[in-house]
Structures are given as C-alpha cells and as structure tokens.
Design a protein around this ligand. Structure first.
Ligand code: SF4
Length: 338
C-alpha cells in the first residue's frame, strides 16, 4: 500500500494537526442526523445506538429518527411503557441499552428537573454513561472541551504514534486518553472530535487504511498501518444451534414465548424446543444471526398442536405487529407468513 511519509509529530505541532483535521472535516464531513442537533438527549440517543450497532445500519433503517419521533424528549422516554420501548428498539438488539437509556432519562427528570446535564459529573451519574459517552455528549451537544476515545480513536492513535501497545490493554487505553486530552482542540471541540472519529470511520479504517486521502498523513509515524492496532485478546466466535417451533392453531394464532433473563425480559420469541422432542421434525426456515461472540444457526420446525408451556401464549397476527419480538424471530416469521 502507498503511505505518505511522516514529516511532523502531532504532539509537537498540535495546532497544525488540529487545523489539518478540522479543515478536512469541514469539507468532507458527513451530514449525519445527530450532527444537526445540539440537544444533549438526542446526542445521547445516537451515542447509545451506535455503541453496538453499525453506523450504516442505524442510518439505513432509520432507527434514530424513529426513536426520536416516538420519544422526542427525556420526559416521553422516561414515561414510556416497557413494551413500547422494546418495540421501538427492536432490530437494534442489545436491549439493555434501551433500558439504560430510559433509566438515564428518569434520572434526568428526577435529579435535574428534565434539564439535560452539561457537565462531566452530571453525565457520568447517568446509567450507562461512561467516560467516552460523557465526552461525546459534552463536545457534540454543548461544544465543551471534553476528550473522547472510542475504537476508532484507539486505532488512529496507534498508527499516528506507531504504538504497538495493545489497544485493549490498560496501558494502551490510558495512553490513548492522555493523547486525546493533549491533542484536543479546546477552541472547537465539537468539530475536532467529530473529525477525529470520522477519520477513524472512513479513512484510517480497520484493515487497510486510505492513507493517500488522509488529511493528517504528514503527522503519521507508522510505516505499516495495516499491522496496527495490536490487540491482546483475540475474539473467538463460537457456533451455536437453536431449534424453535412455528405452530398455528385453528384460530390462526401463533404460539410465542416470553423471554426470561434480565437482558431480554419483556421480549417475545418463537418457542424453543429440543430437536429430540419434535415428533416428525419438518424444517420450515433456517437463518443465522450473531450475538456478542456467538454465531447462531436458528432452525424453525413445524409443530402440530404442541400445547402451550408456561410462559407461552397464542397471539393473533395483529398482535405480532405490536409485541416486541427479537429480530431473528421476526425475520423468521416474516418469511413464514409471507
Ligand atoms: S490513514 Fe491512518 S495510517 Fe494512514 S496516514 Fe492517516 S493516520 Fe496514518
């Protein structure tokens, strides 16, 4: 790959580094919906959504706009029922995020009279808000000089400073925060932080970066960017099998079961059955989905008069549109009911 040669150290020429980055962003920066608002609540919603869901998915499926349409402010989210909250979050997965967002909204109502906090202490006291999210809300919503470090920033810094310290190690993270604070542009933190993150998303991306179009290439020390960043823990994907049933009764109702467990309680799904318990297994649909470090092969079998077990109910097709369903089960049902 072609990489321009290093000529200046970012930590020595901070102003030149910041100017190069911000100038690029002012011309090339993308117009995301959350960049059109200065509302701390709306910024927090976008940050929580983007924590574990790809930016392209959030954008293409309109999750952000839909969430804010239903819950336009802190109060509407704080007062929402669980079923409605999970239904609106459906498709994004990791439902714990939606619950924490609602818990944060309730704290804003209780402790701040509905006014979104605009300082580190107030933000860090909100459920689910850590150092990165607090920095993002402070800089993007309030243009406050707050540093931030996420996966993109870790990758950019490891290359910019040619630093092979694993980015998931305590010392790698600590150094990245020190660099973020030292390089932060306190005159225009909103622009600078947006630029730094977008550099990591679009130019200094995973794998082979686009160094030829990099606005800060002259400050970049590494000669082998595709070898960085280093990680100490390799993520291994575990394959799992999941068997569920699709059962329809005489009234054309479908059998569903309610999820248990703190993470997914309140969600509905196709009932699980062991493969051995199915009398004459007839495969109706098969799909795979990923969750954390698992890749799951979901197989849906036909079931005749299975009888509802505790926690299972028959629901009509209209109710299917209202109930919050796990994304893989909704996808399977769409296929089966098409
Ligand atoms: S894209 Fe990344 S690796 Fe390439 S020059 Fe820019 S900062 Fe360095």
């Amino acid at each position: 790959m072609i990489k321009p040669t290093f000529r200046e150290l970012a930590s020595d020429k901070k102003t030149r580094f910041r100017d190069a980055l911000v100038r690029w962003f002012q011309i090339e920066g993308r117009d995301y919906p959350w960049r059109r608002t200065r509302d701390g609540y709306a910024i927090l919603v976008s940050e929580v959504m983007l924590q574990q869901t790809r930016l392209s998915v959030v954008l293409e499926k309109g999750y952000y706009e839909r969430f804010l349409l239903v819950f336009p402010d802190v109060r509407s989210l704080a007062e929402a029922g669980e079923e409605e909250l999970l239904r609106v979050w459906e498709g994004l997965g990791y439902y714990r995020r939606a619950r924490q967002l609602q818990a944060a909204a309730r704290v804003v109502i209780r402790d701040h009279g509905g006014m979104f906090p605009d300082d580190h202490a107030g933000l860090l006291a909100l459920p689910g808000v850590g150092k990165y999210t607090a920095g993002a809300v402070l800089s993007f919503a309030f243009d406050r000089a707050a540093a931030l470090v996420d996966g993109n920033v870790l990758r950019v810094f490891s290359r910019l400073f040619d630093d092979a310290t694993p980015v998931d190690s305590a010392s790698g993270i600590k150094t990245a925060w020190q660099r973020a604070e030292s390089l932060l542009d306190s005159r225009r933190p909103r622009l600078y932080n947006s630029a730094l993150m977008e550099l990591g998303q679009r130019i200094c991306k995973n794998g082979v970066p686009d160094c030829v179009h990099c606005p800060v290439a002259r400050f970049c020390l590494t000669r082998n960017p595709e070898k960085l960043p280093n990680k100490s823990k390799a993520t291994t994907i575990t394959e799992l099998e999941e068997a569920v049933i699709f059962a329809v009764n005489d009234r054309q109702e479908i059998l569903l079961s309610c999820e248990t467990g703190s993470r997914r309680s309140g969600l509905w799904r196709l009932p699980a059955r062991s493969f051995e318990s199915l009398e004459t297994p007839h495969l109706l649909a098969e799909l795979t989905y990923g969750i954390t470090r698992y890749r799951v092969r979901l197989r849906v079998f036909e079931a005749q008069n299975p009888g509802a077990l505790p926690g299972e109910i028959w629901v009509d097709r209209q109710a299917l549109e209202i109930l919050p369903l796990g994304a893989p089960y909704r996808k399977a049902l769409h296929q089966l009911l098409a």
